[in-house]
Design a protein around this ligand. Structure first.
Ligand code: THU
Length: 160
């Protein structure tokens, strides 16, 4: 038996002004993306902004439905739009922000497990680390790859 530990590296910013200009732009886009949230049931408005490898930004927002499981998270809305409309263009950075109504969460809103799994798929598809930015009013976290928010990724059907 061996005790092991998985460690996660990430950067914490205390304000958006500490970030590099491209990331600041992506944070602003994620905040704007919340305007597209359709969340009459949870009232939790989530915005996502995905920068593609060619520099373009794709926005997504959570879309709910009276049949609850039929809705979709903001992150997957953005990623699936990019997958469908910009096939072959790798994902560079995904920024996410959430909060009730007009409020933004103080601490960064963490993406759900299903969204993390979808991030992992596109990261593998394009063989390029997908950076993740989680936004809160009191802190912003930046991860350099999906592995850091989804350790022990399931990304292969092969039995090694
Ligand atoms: N939601 C997202 O958009 N992203 C996440 O990663 C977590 C949850 C949405 C789904 C639902 O519309 C609302 O937030 C409450 O769960």
């Amino acid at each position: 038996m061996t005790d092991r530990r998985i460690t996660i590296d990430y950067i914490e910013y205390s304000a958006v002004g500490e970030m590099e200009p491209g990331d600041r732009e992506l944070v602003a886009a994620a905040l704007e993306a919340r305007e597209g949230s359709y969340s009459p049931y949870s009232k939790f408005r989530v915005g996502a902004a995905l920068r593609l490898a060619d520099g373009t930004i794709v926005k997504g927002a959570n879309q709910e439905n009276v049949a609850y499981p039929s809705g979709l998270c903001a992150e997957r809305t953005a990623m699936f739009w990019a997958g469908a409309n910009r096939p072959g263009v790798a994902f560079d950075t995904l920024a996410i922000v959430g909060g009730n109504g007009e409020e933004v969460c103080e601490m960064p809103a963490a993406p759900c497990g299903a969204c993390r799994q979808v991030m992992a798929e596109y990261q593998r598809l394009y063989d390029r680390p997908l950076k993740i930015i989680l936004i809160g009013t009191h802190a912003i976290y930046k991860f350099s790859k999906v592995d850091d928010i989804l350790p022990l990724i399931f990304d292969s059907l092969k039995v090694e």
